[in-house]
Write a protein that binds this ligand. Structure first.
Ligand code: PLP
Length: 233
């Protein structure tokens, strides 16, 4: 068995146990393999071990790997910062975008999503820490953005995503995830049909699952650590 297959099995077991511990169904939690900075061969190894969903942050790198892996039926998720002049490749080459935080970008993605493809699944990224350097919409602006994005053709608003500042203890890690889950509930109460909470990475997996994550984005625990300086969201 490859190292990646071993890690994948371990992760699946861990998700199973954490879901059970916190009263959720592991079947309701999608494991997204974050493959940024990792070669196509690593993705191939994960695919061979049953992994279908892969997340990438950098467009050029993602498109190159997609080309090398065109023979495999993979689902690609864009999880990096979205730049206004680079929405077209996201609309054309991904099935999900997790980091949407502006109406302008949403409108472009909707216009650019090719008609033969199913709608692009999108999550709105919420900035819960107030860090100016981070992407994401402020919680106060979320309801109106969500209403508007939900109206757009060719997009399917699936839920919310957040990328919290690192914290070391479980209680502290749970706080932003709890907030995100509450925000989603409120939007659902307003009539939006959201089914996704994209939250949790290698270091805060348990906190995210404890707060009801439905999609965990795991890089390091699956593929090993990345070279320093690469991989900031
Ligand atoms: C890199 C990245 C991840 C994965 O982080 P790990 O700590 O390696 O598991 C998840 N989400 C986003 C947005 C990322 O940029």
């Amino acid at each position: 068995m490859t190292e990646i297959a071993k890690n994948l099995n371990q992760l699946r077991e861990q998700i199973q146990q954490l879901a059970q511990r916190h009263g959720y169904r592991a079947d309701d939690i999608l494991l997204l393999a974050v493959s940024k900075t990792k070669p196509a061969s690593a993705i191939r190894a994960a695919f061979a071990a049953g992994q279908r969903h892969f997340g990438e942050n950098y467009l050029q790198e993602a498109l190159e790997k997609q080309g090398e892996l065109a023979d495999l039926p993979l689902e690609w998720h864009f999880i990096g910062r979205i730049q206004g002049n680079k929405t077209r490749p996201i609309a054309e080459h991904f099935s999900w975008a997790h980091s949407l935080d502006s109406l302008k970008h949403a409108q472009r993605l909707a216009e650019q999503r090719p008609a033969p493809l199913p709608p692009l699944n999108v999550c709105l990224q919420v900035n819960l820490s107030g860090e100016a350097s981070k992407g994401g919409v402020a919680p106060e602006q979320l309801p109106s953005l969500a209403e508007q994005v939900a109206q757009l053709p060719r997009l399917r608003l699936r839920g919310l995503m957040t990328l919290p500042a690192p914290a070391s203890d479980l209680a502290q890690q749970r706080r932003p995830f709890h907030q995100l889950a509450e925000l989603k509930q409120r939007l659902c109460a307003q009539g939006l049909a959201l089914d996704t909470l994209s939250m949790g990475m290698s270091a805060d997996l348990e906190a995210a699952i404890a707060e009801g994550s439905t999609l965990v984005r795991i890089g390091t625990a699956l593929f090993g650590s990345r070279v320093a300086g690469q991989g900031a969201g």
